[in-house]
Design a protein around this ligand. Sequence first.
Ligand code: CP3
Length: 333
Amino acid sequence: MTPIQKVIYKKDKQIKPVWLMRQAGRYLPEFREIRRINTNFIDLCLNKKKVKEITLQPLKRFNLDAAIIFSDILMVPYGLDQDVNFKKNYGPVLGELKLQNIHKVTYKDFTNKLNPIYGSLKTIKKDKLLKNKDLIGFVGGPWTILVYMLNKKSPKKNLNKLIKDKKLTSELLEIITDFLCVHIKNQVKSGASVIQIFDSWAGLVKNSDIERNIYNPTKKVINFIHSLKIPAICFPRNIDDYKEFVDTIKPDVVNIDYRVNPTKIVSNIKIPVQGGLDPKILLTNRKNIKSKVQRYLDIFQNHPYIFNLGHGVLPQTNPDMVEYLINTVKNFK
Ligand code: CP3
């Protein structure tokens, strides 16, 4: 069993595996060097050799328990024939959404277009750095993918205008959910031992819409992951009610964001928990990092817990501080 599977299936409270969202990324000089030369981000995500190299970069440096495939949640809109670009210092920019194009995409077309991702997973899985470690595959939550496909960039806050067409949004959510399942199945077949669902914009949904936009489509994805006998980690970032989410969706692990009180979470939520620490803590000093890490580990001492952050590692983070954080988790008694 892998470290994360031990936490989930054996409810092992002693081992506290550690990995970090965005553990491969711009805070690492060796990533920035590759990125400088590979200016097209989508092409980079489809470059098997480079994806393997980038995925393994943090494992070469740090004592991590898992690798997460270097890819992006927006590879799914790309697979669905919507243009996706990443503008420097701006973020993702998607092309016009053409429903007639999306309708023409078959599961086979989609799988062929994203095939290098699955090839990367297969070779990463075989690497000796992955021995006794998890290989995490991932997708965006159906809602978050819908937001990007309609809004064509990261949203600010007001999405009312965007989702007023209920017929269009429910049709799209259904298509997205189906293709997310295809992407998950392909990743699991290629060696992913766990799937994380990043619902980064879950916090933007009004309570009255949560059933339709989050719960129903996410439940379908979770049931599908469970049919493959693989655990699912959900990250409904900034959602108001993590307990209701867990009770409704029944993921294997829930990743919490840094705004929620971990003490409340530990008393309300029975399933394994992941993450929580504010990534900005990594921009401070060792003493502060140590005390904040210990706080989470103390709170979750008698709870199945996977150490991680409450969002991704920030680009301006010093890799020495990441190393210090991971060693602090590993040396915690
Ligand atoms: O975590 C990892 O190390 C695996 C790789 C990974 C990336 N994106 C690589 C990436 C993962 C898991 C993601 C998920 C992702 N992508 C999310 C969900 C998590 C979250 O951050 O909320 C979202 C919303 C996206 C969409 C996306 N991709 C945005 C908004 C941006 C630009 C801004 C940013 O956060 O960097 C990206 C680009 C991106 N994806 C980069 C990386 C390393 C930066 C690429 C670069 O400019 O060099």
